[in-house]
Design a protein around this ligand. Structure first.
Ligand code: SF4
Length: 282
C-alpha cells in the first residue's frame, strides 16, 4: 500500500510559532502555565507537559509569575486582569487572529453591531466577542425569522468570521445575512478574516482525496479544524480521523492501494511520522 502526504499538512504557522515561543520562554521561568491548551492535541500537550508547560482552564488557576496566552487569543480584559495581578503575559496570539481582533475592535468603535460567524464556545470566538465589547454576537446559523431583529440590532452591521471556518460556509452566510440586513434598510460590511493556512490545507487535502482510495486525517477529535478537514475529505472518499497509531487497524485498509494523509493545524510532526510509519508496516 502506498501512503501519500498532502502537500500541506500539520502544524500551522500560528501554532508552530506559539509552541516555539513557549519553548524558548520556559528556561527563564522554570515552568509555565498556559491559559487553555496551546493546541487541541493530546500528543502535543504531553510533549509540552514533559517540558513543564501545562494548561489551566481559568485565569484564577494561574499561580506562577507568568502566563501564556494561546494562539487563539483572549479578550482584552483578560490581559488587563493579569497585569493588575502582576503576572507577565507571554502573548502567542496568532497574528491572523490578532488581525481579526483589530477588525472587530474597529467595528465596535464605529458603532457597528458585529456578527461573528463562528462557534460561540470556541476560545478564539470568545476572545473576539471580548474585543467587540458588548456589540458582538457569535452564530453559525441565521436564526429563525422571529429572532432576526435581535441579531441585526443596529443600523449598521459588520460580519467577520472565526479564522478557521470554511470559505464556502462563510460566503453563503454572508450572502444570506446581507440580503436580510439590506432588506431591512440597514447597512452591512463583511470582512474576510479567514485564515489562509486552513484554506490551503483543506485544498491540498481535497486534491489528494480525489486521487487515493482512503484518507487518514490525523489530529485531536476536539480540534475544530481537524474535524472540518475530515468532513471535507469524507465528502470525496472514505475517511478516518485518527489521533494515535493504535487506531490504525489492518481491516480498515484491506484492498486499498493508496492512502492519503493529512493532519490538522494543531497536530505535531511526531504524530504524523508515527502514523505514517504504522501505515507502512501494514
Ligand atoms: S489556523 Fe490560522 S489563524 Fe489559527 S493559529 Fe493557525 S495560522 Fe493562526
Amino acid at each position: 500500500m502506498r501512503v501519500e502526504r498532502a502537500r500541506e499538512l500539520g502544524l500551522c504557522y500560528g501554532v508552530r510559532r506559539a509552541v516555539d515561543m513557549v519553548r524558548e520562554a520556559v528556561p527563564d521561568h522554570g515552568s509555565l502555565q498556559t491559559l487553555g491548551p496551546l493546541a487541541h492535541n493530546h500528543i502535543l500537550l504531553a510533549e509540552l507537559a514533559a517540558q513543564d508547560i501545562t494548561a489551566v482552564s481559568t485565569p484564577e488557576e494561574v499561580t506562577g509569575s507568568a502566563v501564556v496566552v494561546s494562539a487563539h487569543g483572549v479578550p482584552p480584559h483578560t490581559v488587563r486582569e493579569f497585569s493588575e495581578r502582576g503576572i507577565t503575559v507571554i502573548d502567542t496570539t496568532c497574528p491572523i487572529v490578532a488581525h481579526a481582533q483589530r477588525v472587530v475592535a474597529d467595528m465596535a468603535k464605529e458603532g457597528l453591531t458585529i456578527v461573528i460567524f463562528g462557534d460561540a464556545n470556541h476560545s478564539e470566538v470568545r476572545g473576539l466577542l471580548g474585543w467587540s465589547g458588548s456589540r458582538g454576537i457569535a452564530t453559525l446559523d441565521l436564526p429563525s425569522l422571529g429572532d432576526r431583529d435581535a441579531l441585526f440590532l443596529g443600523a449598521r452591521v459588520g460580519i467577520v468570521s472565526q479564522t478557521t471556518q470554511r470559505i464556502e460556509d462563510f460566503t453563503s452566510f454572508v450572502q444570506s445575512a446581507t440580503v436580510e440586513v439590506l432588506a431591512s434598510g440597514r447597512e452591512v460590511r463583511a470582512v474576510n478574516t479567514l485564515c489562509d493556512a486552513t484554506r490551503r490545507r483543506q485544498a491540498a487535502a481535497a486534491e489528494l482525496a480525489r486521487e487515493v482510495d482512503a484518507m487518514i486525517v490525523i489530529g485531536g477529535r476536539n480540534s475544530a479544524n481537524t474535524r472540518r478537514l475530515a468532513e471535507s475529505c469524507a465528502a470525496i472518499v472514505e475517511t478516518h480521523l485518527v489521533e494515535s497509531p493504535s487506531e490504525i487497524q489492518v481491516a480498515l485498509f484491506k484492498g486499498k492501494r493508496c492512502v492519503g494523509l493529512t493532519a490538522g493545524a494543531s497536530t505535531p510532526d511526531s504524530s504524523i511520522d508515527m502514523i505514517e510509519s504504522r501505515l507502512l508496516q501494514l
